[in-house]
Design a protein around this ligand. Structure first.
Ligand code: SAM
Length: 292
């Protein structure tokens, strides 16, 4: 009908008006205020260069700077560090810059020597967990965690993120790491990809796993009270289970993990180790623990 045609034409006119408005909008852009622009520029630099903070942390861990500060009595000047690390003196200003980045990000802190006024670096809780080679209760060096997650394989996979999004694949969707290297993250097959990476990642995971068990036992110990047996599913080398048995000696603890992990587990008689796959069978107990 005539009325229907008129309303259809009106609709098309309105639609075109909308399209023209959108096109005009796409060709203009709201300009931030001067203060916003300055802040945006500073934030842009910060976000674009964040990876240098990770790499400075990796550098500090590779040179064992936290361990050096610890061995120097907990306080070290830049020249102290240069000597302790046996670095060429020409690199001193550059080590100073790396340390400044790490102080700004909370990895280290600084004090000024009361007499000379010289800047001294000291450890923070974060760098204390990076001190390596110290055997002490509740101390688990996180050196290998840092080396694993900042490794060339991990960073290369992250660099491929934009390309990974473009690829249309059938579910289940593989992670960027698996798509690039053909093995999933934290998988047994990592050793086939790179034995060194596998060793670093396994040590890093064990360090991460063992960091908080004492805190869990202190803060949430009640959940284990009254238990007589427990299976720590994916319990790794049994460090968690051993801490549990130390706190609650009457609990019979079983650790289930993959054969390659159990084969290297200590045979101390405290823990019952079972090699297997949690998706097939879990050794029976009063409780099963799944801790990540
Ligand atoms: C994140 S780590 C261990 C976490 C540990 N439960 C902790 O927090 O102390 C993962 C563990 O799961 C183990 N794992 C992976 N797949 C498994 C499977 N299918 N069956 C049993 N263990 C497995 C790995 O060998 C590794 O030791």
């Amino acid at each position: 009908s005539k009325q229907h045609n008129q309303s259809h034409s009106l609709h098309i006119i309105e639609q075109r008006k909308g399209e023209r408005a959108m096109a005009a909008q796409a060709e203009t852009i709201e300009v931030p205020s001067d203060a916003e622009l300055l802040q945006a520029q500073a934030d842009l630099w910060r976000h674009s260069l964040y990876y240098l903070t990770s790499m400075a942390l990796r550098c500090a861990v590779e040179h064992e700077i936290p361990t050096a500060i610890h061995r120097l009595g907990g306080l070290a000047s830049l020249p102290d560090l240069m000597t302790a690390l046996s670095l060429p003196s020409v690199k001193m200003p550059f080590l100073g810059r790396v340390m400044r980045v790490l102080v700004n990000s909370g990895v280290f802190a600084t004090d000024n020597d009361s007499e000379s006024g010289v800047e001294l670096y000291r450890l923070t809780p974060l760098s204390r967990v990076l001190v390596h080679g110290v055997v002490a209760d509740e101390h688990h060096s996180q050196k290998y965690f840092v080396l694993g997650v900042t490794s060339p394989h991990y960073t290369e996979a992250a660099l491929g993120l934009a390309d990974w999004f473009k690829k249309d694949t059938e579910p289940p969707v593989q992670s960027p790491f698996e798509e690039k290297f053909g093995v999933p993250l934290f998988d047994e097959k990592t050793a086939l990809l790179d034995e060194e990476l596998d060793a670093v990642v396994n040590k890093g995971l064990a360090a991460h796993d063992n960091l908080g068990i004492a805190t869990i036992l202190r803060e949430c110990g009640d959940i284990f009270k009254g238990l007589e047996s427990l299976t720590d599913c994916c319990g790794g080398d049994g460090t968690t289970a051993r801490a549990l048995v130390k706190a609650y000696p009457h609990i019979k603890c079983t650790v289930l993990d993959l054969p390659k992990v159990i084969d290297k587990a200590p045979t101390d008689g405290v823990i019952n180790y079972v090699a297997g796959d949690l998706f097939h069978t879990v050794p029976p107990s009063q409780a099963v623990m799944l801790k990540v």
